[in-house]
Design a protein around this ligand. Structure first.
Ligand code: TRP
Ligand code: ZN
Length: 472
């Protein structure tokens, strides 16, 4: 759709022109300033961009597994948060073929991961505008600060996109920061016989001239690090939960046998999770199991988490819990990672407690006493830094964020008792459903809900304090 010309009475138009002349603008509308090239995230300062908010990504991908070649168009709908003369998108690698804004060719240039776009006309604050980027090439695999691989990963028979924390800029241009969530439509064309799976729901499928096209729709807001596409041959199973929620599971054939039993528990785990965390925030669920050449971690990709092989039940519980904590309630910055991992880890503890395993208290005690892991250094590592202040970008997925983050929740439970704690878990997911939240909002939330208890010691020692907290 192109920008429609507003019908303005002549008198008003004259007034507006006078006004813009006064502010230094003119017919060319040159009153905007460039949006900033990063959002100053404490761990990934260049990720994301200032000056606009994305509301929707429309990605059309044409992929050839043989040559690992992608040809794509990204249509990005965004709202200007200031008068904009230029703005950045994050894109790493690939060749940009052209950029238009509101249908008009735009000037652009690239420096590192910044794709700077200069629209022909300045954009007005509050204006919704569409940017189309045509690009192609072989997408990159990005090495994280912690040495793990993300971005575009090859598999034996295709490819897989994983985006936490910075990988999504390897396969589409965008505002790649968790604070800017958007809806998505992803259309993927691959050779007939190959499948493509993404987030959300499959809305269209067709085959023409030996190429199959599928379209996936995500209506609920999604952070770009949770976007995925998995391309290859899969054993696909579709079903529904007892509540009628669609389940879509895609498993690499080599993992099908080992995965069948555990993935058949998705409906049961969903029912258990909804009972504790509250109503499921999305329109479908499922899982993707594949074998990337270079990555061996699971990821809570929205709707259907990714597993690098048949998961065990605890890992499945963990990634499904992330749909509430991480995917629906998303960290405001990468400093707030423990709000994802502490909660998803605590979900595992609760599951075990309620399914004949160790109680959360027993897990807590083992971690505190230093006999949780096989290895002494792992037992010590949990005290390396406080959950709410990871020591650097290389450590945002270390045990102080996961296990010690879960210990913070257990400390809260000890203080409030089980019933209030459950109300807190559920209420937190409700309060920020489909939004973002940070650690200060979490502590304020707990204090508001339970005004008669003093949590300051827990925050000071367990959440923000260096070293191992003393025994109470
Ligand atoms: N979030 C994933 C999980 O716990 C793990 C993970 C994968 C991760 N890649 C990461 C964590 C990058 C931090 C950064 O299920
Ligand atoms: Zn996790």
């Amino acid at each position: 759709m192109s920008r429609s010309a507003p019908v303005v009475p002549a008198a008003l138009l004259a007034f507006a022109l006078t006004l813009s002349a006064c502010t230094g603008g003119g017919d060319d509308g040159a009153k905007g300033t460039p949006g900033s090239p990063g959002l100053r995230d404490p761990y990934f300062p260049k990720m994301g961009n200032g000056g606009y908010d994305v509301t929707h990504y429309g990605l059309t991908l044409d992929y050839h597994p043989d040559g690992n070649h992608l040809r794509a168009t990204a249509v990005i709908t965004a709202r200007a948060k200031q008068d904009l003369s230029a703005f950045d998108l994050d894109l790493k690698g690939l060749d940009v073929k052209g950029v238009t804004v509101e249908g008009e060719e735009a000037r652009w240039n690239r420096a590192g991961q910044e794709l700077t776009v200069r629209p022909k006309e300045d954009l007005d604050k509050g204006e919704t505008f569409r940017t189309t980027v045509r690009y192609s090439g072989t997408p990159e695999t990005i090495t994280d600060p912690d040495g793990s691989e993300e971005g575009w990963l090859r598999t034996g028979d295709g490819a897989l996109a994983l985006g936490e924390p910075t990988g999504s800029m390897a396969w589409f241009p965008g505002n790649h920061h968790p604070s800017d969530k958007a809806s998505y439509d992803v259309t993927v064309t691959v050779p007939e016989g190959v499948q493509a799976v993404s987030n959300g729901e499959l809305t269209k499928e067709s085959t023409k001239k030996g190429r199959t096209t599928t379209t996936w729709h995500t209506a609920e807001p999604m952070a770009s690090y949770l976007a995925t596409v998995a391309i290859g041959r899969y054993d696909i199973r579709r079903s529904t939960t007892p509540d009628g929620l669609p389940v879509y599971v895609a498993v690499d054939p080599s993992q099908a046998k080992a995965s069948r039993k555990v993935l058949a528990r998705i409906p049961e785990i969903m029912t258990w999770s909804e009972d504790i965390f509250g109503p499921y925030p999305f329109s479908s669920t499922g899982a993707i199991v594949d074998r990337p050449d270079d990555a061996a971690y699971a990821l809570e990709t929205q709707n259907r988490p990714f597993f690098p092989g048949a998961p065990d039940t605890e890992l499945l519980v963990h990634e499904l819990a992330h749909q509430w904590y991480g995917d629906s309630v998303t960290p405001r910055t990468w400093r707030d990672m423990w709000l994802n991992e502490g909660f998803a880890t605590y979900a595992e503890w609760l599951w075990q407690e309620e399914h004949g395993g160790r109680t959360a208290q027993q897990v807590f005690d083992a971690l505190y006493d230093g006999d949780y892991y096989q290895d002494r250094t792992d037992d010590e590592a949990i005290w390396a830094f406080p959950p709410a202040k990871p020591s650097s970008a290389a450590h945002i997925s270390d045990s102080p964020v996961y296990e010690r983050g879960a210990m913070v929740l257990h400390k809260i439970r000890q203080k409030t008792g089980d019933n209030t704690f459950r109300t807190l878990l559920r209420g937190w997911a409700t309060a920020h459903r489909h939004g973002n939240a940070d650690t200060a909002e979490f502590t304020a939330y707990v204090e508001r809900q339970v005004p008669d208890e003093d949590f300051s010691g827990i925050w000071k020692e367990w959440l923000y304090g260096d070293g191992k907290p003393g025994r109470p």
